[in-house]
Design a protein. Sequence first.
Length: 276
Amino acid sequence: MKQIILSLILLLTVKVSYGQDLLEKISETDFTIGETIKIKSQLLNETRDLNIYLPMNYSQDSLKNYPVIYLLDGSKNEDFIHISGIVQFGSFSWINMIPESIVVGIANVDRKRDFTYPSQSELDQKEFPTSGKSEKFISFIEKELQPFIDSEYRTTEMKTIIGQSLGGLLATEILFKEPELFDNYIIVSPSLWWDDEKLLDENPKTYHSKKSIYIAGGKEGEVMERTAKELYDKLNKSKEQNTDLIYKFLEDKTHGDALHIAVYNAFENIFKQKKE
């Protein structure tokens, strides 16, 4: 028995040594999908991180410009990596779902502050004590962020915003109040319960440029499901010919996993229509 054990040990030692002889690490480098830059916002009076994904061919063709996708909740540990992956996949030449695009992930500092307008609800005020500064954040996007991105990168005029949950609330507020900031609105699981659903009582500002609006949500409870559908119904009643409006109920998804399938579906629908 002892002889058998010694033989097995010898055999394993030989195999490990043989494997080590075959494989040698030559080098090691970091693997990245983008870059992080810091900007100083005068309007917000703070430093903000932007996570930037550039198309694979960005540096190879200095004459080509690219659409920009602005991603709320765009921190590295939030949605930036996942959404950038969908953008990269969708823009492969053999997929050709969306054009090659720049992704700007806006990293959060205080999303409850930045993504909400002042609520009259005492419960909202109690649970979100820093809330109510969305007007300033929207101004930051319009007057600082978009001009900065356009000056630093080769961009086209096409701009898309993606927002989920409170980010979906903010994207809806922008659509209602400053619709010309973006051409495409991808609104997923919007927190329209905010302020006792009062945003749904507002009349959206008129716009004249072409818009694509995609609204989606999963099985997220009566309030979330109802208000997302009410948003679609409200927009559909006043929809102009210059608007493509889509609503999807993702019955097998929840608040936690609806975003990625919704964004993929939105890209398929929005950019398919732009090709036609």
